[in-house]
Design a protein around this ligand. Structure first.
Ligand code: SAH
Ligand code: SF4
Ligand code: F3S
Length: 439
């Protein structure tokens, strides 16, 4: 039997695509393997949102040159966002790669692999767009209990720094009835938690129905019989409306967590990023969420070193970080992406200044993460056990409804269950708890 291995970079959208790729290959008679030297096909599902994501692909794929030399029948394929952006450049830089395929070509992967195996030269197929959804393909899920559910693909926002609209295409929503049906079959198949995915979930349905219908969608998904947890990401602040906050506030199985990327706390920088909100609007939304949604966590993405960012702009970001009191922030140094509007901005911030702001931002945010996590010590929370901890194999790792990572002692048979856990210790990035009964 032929074996495949997929290496996934980037966001949840790529994780979902990888599960679809696995499903397709499984349907074509392949089985998964965890070892490179045991695989007949190795697939890189790439990201290009920042330069270091490109570099990681080139590093890891180059390292397979020797393996390929000893195993000439091995097929090495590169797909995903970097392939969509840089197809031919990848072929030039990595001549031992047999196949390059774009984000719109996933459905044809089994045929492309056969073609690449048959031909002696490398194959590149990158379509500019597609009418179908990769997420309609059968998936082979990494965890039986969890499913990603893309509700939209692509993005129409064209933030000036961002490559995503160019590599994922225009925003397209999947019809609501289809999504609800899909959730029903996933639950029958053993899924307990569904994460609704979109670059901007709040604009769900605008293209299909003339106006966004995200609040209605989460309410309907949450009513699917047998579903324990509903999550969603990402919420773009410009489109997050009160009806969505109210629906989450109603509770039940909708998890009280918003991932609400801030990017910058300076209105001048936000304007140049084309984010379409101000720091004041942003903080107003944070306040509304905290007022209405019990035990909520708010996480964010923040960037430093965007062209033209001054120390004063950066102070604006620190001020919003202090006022918002985020539970966690994913922090990035601006990375120039060819073809985007901001790539033409000339007032670049020096790497030294960006690095120094980055360190200060992390320090500021860590204190807020720790403060929020410490408040949970002594509480009993329902923790869904996801697996062994990556850091500490003696512990299990699970999540609270608000998506906080909790480490607990326990056996493998607890994986996939919800436990009542008493929180004992808090750190900036995780909690330690003591498991009680199965909830
Ligand atoms: N759709 C989401 C973001 C997807 S990209 C949203 O609008 O919020 C994930 C994160 O990567 C972004 O939130 C941003 O913080 C970061 N990012 C995107 N492009 C970047 C770039 N060119 N340089 C540095 N970080 C970037
Ligand atoms: Fe990129 Fe902006 Fe779209 Fe998010 S909303 S994917 S940051 S263009
Ligand atoms: Fe995601 Fe990276 Fe593509 S963030 S959409 S995998 S460019």
């Amino acid at each position: 039997m032929k074996k495949f291995r997929i290496k996934t970079f980037g966001c949840q959208m790529n994780k979902d695509d990888s599960e679809r790729i696995a499903g397709l290959l499984n349907g074509a008679g392949y089985v998964p393997t965890d070892a490179d030297n045991d695989a007949d096909v190795i697939i890189f599902n790439t990201c290009c949102v920042r330069r270091n994501a490109d570099d990681r692909l080139y590093g890891q794929a180059a390292a397979l040159k020797q393996l390929k030399a000893g195993q000439p029948d091995l097929v090495i394929a590169v797909g995903g966002c970097l392939a969509q952006m840089d197809g031919e450049a990848i072929q030039k830089k990595l001549p031992h790669v047999d196949l390059v395929f774009g984000t719109h070509n996933v459905a044809r992967l089994p045929q492309l692999i056969d073609r690449a195996a048959g031909e002696k030269r490398s194959v590149c197929e990158v379509l500019a767009g597609s009418e179908s959804f990769t997420s309609d393909l059968p998936g082979l899920r990494k965890h039986a209990w969890h499913a990603w559910l893309p509700i939209t693909v692509g993005c129409d926002n064209y933030c000036t720094y961002c490559i995503v609209p160019y590599v994922r295409g225009r925003e397209k929503s999947r019809p609501m009835e289809k999504l609800i049906d899909n959730c029903g079959s996933l639950v029958k198949d053993g899924v307990k938690e569904i994460t609704l995915l979109g670059q901007n979930v709040n604009s769900y349905g605008r293209d299909l129905y003339g106006a966004p219908r995200f609040a209605e969608l989460i309410a309907k998904v949450s009513a699917v019989d047998g579903l324990e947890r509903v999550r969603f990401t990402t919420s773009h602040p410009k489109d997050l409306t009160a009806d969505v906050i109210d629906t989450v506030a109603a509770g039940g199985n909708i998890c009280p967590h918003f991932h609400l990327p801030l990017q910058s706390g300076s209105d001048r920088v936000l304007e140049r990023m084309r984010r379409q909100y101000t720091s004041k609007n942003y903080l107003r939304i944070v306040e509304e969420i905290r007022d209405k949604v019990a035990d909520v966590a708010i996480t964010t993405d923040i960037m430093v070193g965007f062209p033209g960012e001054t120390e004063k702009d950066f102070q604006g970001t620190l001020n919003v970080v202090r006022a918002a009191g985020f539970d966690q922030a994913f922090t990035f140094i601006y990375s120039q992406r060819p073809g985007t509007v901001a790539a033409k901005y000339e007032d670049r911030v020096t790497p030294a200044a960006a690095g120094e702001r980055f360190a200060r931002l992390i320090e500021e945010q860590n204190s807020h993460s720790l403060k929020n996590n410490r408040r949970l010590v002594g509480n009993k929370l329902p923790v869904f056990v996801e697996g062994r901890s990556k850091k500490d194999n003696y512990r299990l790792a699970g999540r609270t409804p608000s998506n906080k990572l909790v480490h607990i002692k326990g056996d493998d048979d607890l994986i996939g269950r919800t436990l009542d856990v008493e929180i004992r210790e808090a750190f900036s990035w995780f909690l330690i708890g003591e498991a009680g009964d199965i909830a």
